[in-house]
Design a protein around this ligand. Structure first.
Ligand SMILES: Cc1cc2nc3c(=O)[nH]c(=O)nc-3n(C[C@H](O)[C@H](O)[C@H](O)COP(=O)(O)OP(=O)(O)OC[C@H]3O[C@@H](n4cnc5c(N)ncnc54)[C@H](O)[C@@H]3O)c2cc1C
Length: 280
């Protein structure tokens, strides 16, 4: 049970949502956006999220769009991971999504909720970083569309009152060979020890990780090392590991040393798969 009372709003338009946010914020109610609600409710129960008002985005039509057009696919932020997977047009994202939680939780968890989560893993962002996707963000001044690689730095860099409306990906980016490997401490549906996602685009391998550091990331120096054909496969991997951009996590799921060991083995699998160009 959540130990405090809060107001619940379900706006029907983007403008209504952002205006509501501003007005509730001006009243000191510390409003938060709410999409699938699984994290807001879980963290609300342990008082890690305290708010006097939640703004549910699930009635806003733009946040529910799921469409494939001539050149792009557009995914609404309030769509559940299950619905996006059922649409079956973004195999790389699907592979990552299907590894998040279990089927019942995925019916609730949304794309926007996962990308903007407080939890460190946020695995759905990995394929988006690698496919040069764009994000549509709503705020007081209207909508803006930006490359996810520009606006995602450890977190989606949202201004106060802004929310994620959609993700847009070019169809040609979806077609590159990919691999997504989630290693857990145990075999079931747990949080990742490390998730490694990679694509091979025009002969170059691109890499993104979740669970390795305290935030998901893509790193160009690691990519340069892994693509350095002057070195042996093992030396490329060792060099890439030297460029991990932040301390490696050391927690109940695994020590930093164990994570690096698992990473090394996973990168061997990545190179085997992508240098043979097979999707895994
Ligand atoms: C059983 C279970 C297992 C899980 N396993 C995994 C896992 O393996 N990997 C993983 O990555 N995650 C995992 N998660 C975490 C889950 O993906 C996140 O908690 C996610 O936030 C839940 O999505 P939601 O739509 O319910 O988010 P909500 O609870 O609605 O929101 C979460 C946060 O995002 C903000 N937010 C929501 N929508 C938007 C938006 N459109 N724009 C801006 N901010 C927004 C909210 O204000 C809140 O701070 C698991 C969760 C559960 C319950």
């Amino acid at each position: 049970m959540i130990s405090y009372d809060f107001e619940y709003y379900k706006p029907k338009s983007i403008q209504e949502a952002t205006q509501l946010f501003q007005s509730l914020d001006n009243q000191g109610k510390n409003p938060i956006y709410f999409s699938g609600g699984t994290e807001v409710i879980t963290l609300g129960r342990s008082n890690q999220i305290i708010t006097e008002a939640v703004i549910d985005l699930k009635l806003i039509p733009e946040c529910l769009v799921l469409k494939k057009e001539e050149n792009t696919v557009t995914l609404g932020s309030a769509q559940s991971l299950t619905k996006i997977r059922e649409m079956n047009i973004f195999p790389f994202l699907n592979k990552t999504i299907v590894e998040i939680a279990d089927h019942v939780a995925r019916n609730k968890i949304t794309l926007g909720g996962n990308i903007c989560a407080n939890i460190i893993y946020r695995e759905a962002i990995l394929p988006l970083l690698l496919t040069e996707s764009q994000v549509v963000i709503a705020g007081n001044t209207g909508l803006k569309q930006l490359p996810v690689n520009e606006i995602f730095n450890q977190n989606l860099q949202l201004e106060r009152g802004e929310f994620l409306v959609q993700v847009i990906t070019e169809l040609r980016e979806i077609e590159w060979p990919f691999i997504s490997v989630k290693k857990r401490r145990q075999w079931d549906v747990g949080y990742p020890l490390i998730t490694t996602a990679a694509i091979k685009k025009k002969g170059q391998i691109k890499l993104a990780f979740s669970g390795l550091c305290s935030f998901p990331f893509r790193n160009k120096q690691m990519e340069e090392s892994i693509n350095n054909q002057h070195l042996s496969k093992e030396a490329r991997i060792d060099d890439a590991i030297q460029h991990i951009p932040a301390p490696v996590l050391d927690d109940v799921h695994g020590s930093a040393g164990y994570r690096k060991f698992v990473l090394k083995n996973t990168l061997v699998d990545v190179l085997d798969a992508l240098e043979g160009e097979r999707n895994v």
